[in-house]
Design a protein around this ligand. Structure first.
Ligand SMILES: *Cc1c(COP(=O)(O)O)cnc(C)c1O
Length: 480
């Protein structure tokens, strides 16, 4: 059996691909930001069965261009303003290529000492760069969802004296988890997976800025105690997904301390802002947290996936996840980190490499410059929305997200603004020129525009805002 590709051919194709990738980044604005394909369109272009004989790289690449590219939504486009970004950068892509070539599986120190020790160091760097408590210990997880699951499993074991790991949930009573009604869906998912049960997730009301009302949290805890339930964990958000609201972490932290509840802080998107000292007032109370997550794969130019998870007590984390089958017993155990005990998965990708490349290429100041630009672009957009008679700002703008809606004066009060804004969104995204997403705040349909792309400039935001106004006007003329 011949090798499918020899090193000569690999070298040739790798050069071709490098050029293709560079072309892609240079020409990314020529593509419709949101893929315009219909459901099933890509699937129907793919053969029902795998090929019997190997195919040439050229054939595969030509199908990639013909079939796959039209079905790509261009997350790296500077006019991608939807959801939260999963932004990337050249150094990150290059590191990812090396990662694939090395093919490391860093489950324990021995299987990749460099992956393990680089991870330790870059997590220390991140902790310092973001002004996080110096006593915290970090580990890379794949996603914020996995980080939060890890947090809730640790909380469960701490509260039950590690008995749930041994005996399951039998006889443990009802363990309760608290978060706000604006908290990300990954908390509910983790509550289900970790065995708490969805009915034991208590969603606390938010104030006019969509931040958790801490007095209501305390009331909920007291009520649960009266019923004989066991309060176990609370999740506070710094930068909710809907509107980047910030929960009062210091007040929540004090409550958690009083009732001996695990505090997990979810700063998946917003956490990157702590690179900026002037943003750290939003981190007040972070020292109360038992665990904390933010995603460099969202706003820190590190391509998906890389989630930074920090804990106050790594021993507790390890005790929650530790396994020690014979084949994993090593002579270095205890001297080094064996990250397989620091989360759900055994196998681990070498994610630290791209973080290292990114942090070193940008430098702390380079990263800060970008984040400042992104925040200022959102500030600029916020001012335009606020001063426009036919648009309405729907949430405070503290990070790089602006929540707004179209509210034309010409319409009577009975008009369905939700419907109009949904049409506006679909019209805008259908144009291929930009991509926005939406949420609901206070039950209202709201457009979300995030200005946090790696290559975004003021021009992209200016053009987007022009298009939004024009499209909205056209739409309202149609309605009249
Ligand atoms: C995006 C997001 C998550 C989920 O992130 P994943 O890494 O995709 O799991 C969780 N919490 C918040 C606040 C988010 O914005």
């Amino acid at each position: 059996m011949l090798e499918v590709m020899d090193s000569k051919e690999f070298r040739k194709q790798a050069h071709v691909l490098a050029d293709r990738m560079a072309d892609y980044f240079e020409e990314i604005s020529d593509y419709p930001v949101k893929s315009q394909v219909k459901p099933g369109e890509i699937l129907s272009a793919l053969p029902l069965s795998a090929p019997v004989n190997g195919e040439s790289f050229e054939t595969i690449m030509s199908d990639f261009e013909r079939i796959i590219m039209p079905g790509i939504t261009h997350w790296q486009s500077p006019s991608f303003f939807a959801f939260f970004p999963a932004n990337s950068s050249y150094p990150s892509v290059l590191a990812e290529m090396l990662t694939a070539a090395l093919g490391q599986q860093g489950m324990i120190w021995e299987t990749s000492p460099a992956a393990t020790e680089l991870e330790q160091r870059v997590m220390e760097w991140l902790r310092e760069l973001c002004g996080l408590p110096a006593s915290w210990t970090g580990v890379i997880q794949d996603t914020a969802s996995a980080s939060t699951l890890t947090a809730l499993l640790s909380a469960r074991e701490k509260t039950t004296g590690f008995r749930t790991n041994l005996e399951g949930f039998t006889g443990m009573g009802k363990l309760r988890v608290y978060c706000s009604s604006e908290t990300h869906s990954s908390i509910e998912k983790a509550v289900k997976i970790a065995g708490f049960g969805k009915n034991n997730l208590v969603k606390v009301a938010v104030d006019e800025n969509f931040a958790l009302i801490s007095a209501q949290l305390e009331m909920a805890i007291k009520e649960d105690l009266k019923k004989g339930y066991t309060p176990c964990a609370a999740v506070a958000s710094i930068g909710t997904t809907g509107s980047t609201a910030v929960d009062p972490v210091d007040e929540i932290g004090k409550i958690c301390e009083r009732y001996k509840i695990w505090l997990h802080v979810d700063a998946a998107f917003g956490g990157t802002a702590f690179l900026l000292p002037e943003m750290r007032h939003f981190a007040a109370g972070l020292e109360y947290a038992d665990s904390y997550v933010f995603n460099p794969h969202k706003w820190m130019f590190t391509n998906f996936d890389a989630s930074a998870y920090f804990v106050r007590d790594p021993e507790l984390l390890i005790r929650t996840f530790e396994i020690l089958p014979e084949y994993l017993k090593t002579r270095t155990r205890g001297l080094v980190n064996d990250y397989r005990d620091w989360g759900v998965a055994l196998g681990r990708r070498f994610r630290a490499l791209k973080l290292w490349f990114v942090i070193r290429s940008f430098g702390a100041e380079g990263l800060r410059e970008k984040i400042r630009l992104h925040n200022s672009l959102a500030g600029w957009l916020k001012d335009r929305v606020s001063e426009h008679p036919d648009f309405e700002l729907m949430a405070p703008v503290d990070f790089s997200l602006v929540c707004f809606r179209y509210k034309p004066k010409v319409l009577s009060a009975g008009e369905d603004l939700d419907r109009i804004n949904a049409s506006l969104l679909s019209e805008l995204n259908g144009s291929g020129k930009l991509y926005l997403s939406h949420t609901r705040l206070n039950g209202r349909f709201v457009l979300r525009m995030v200005t946090a792309q790696t290559t975004i400039t003021r021009d992209h935001v200016l053009r987007a805002w022009d298009l939004i106004q024009q499209t909205a006007l056209k739409l309202s003329l149609k309605i009249e």
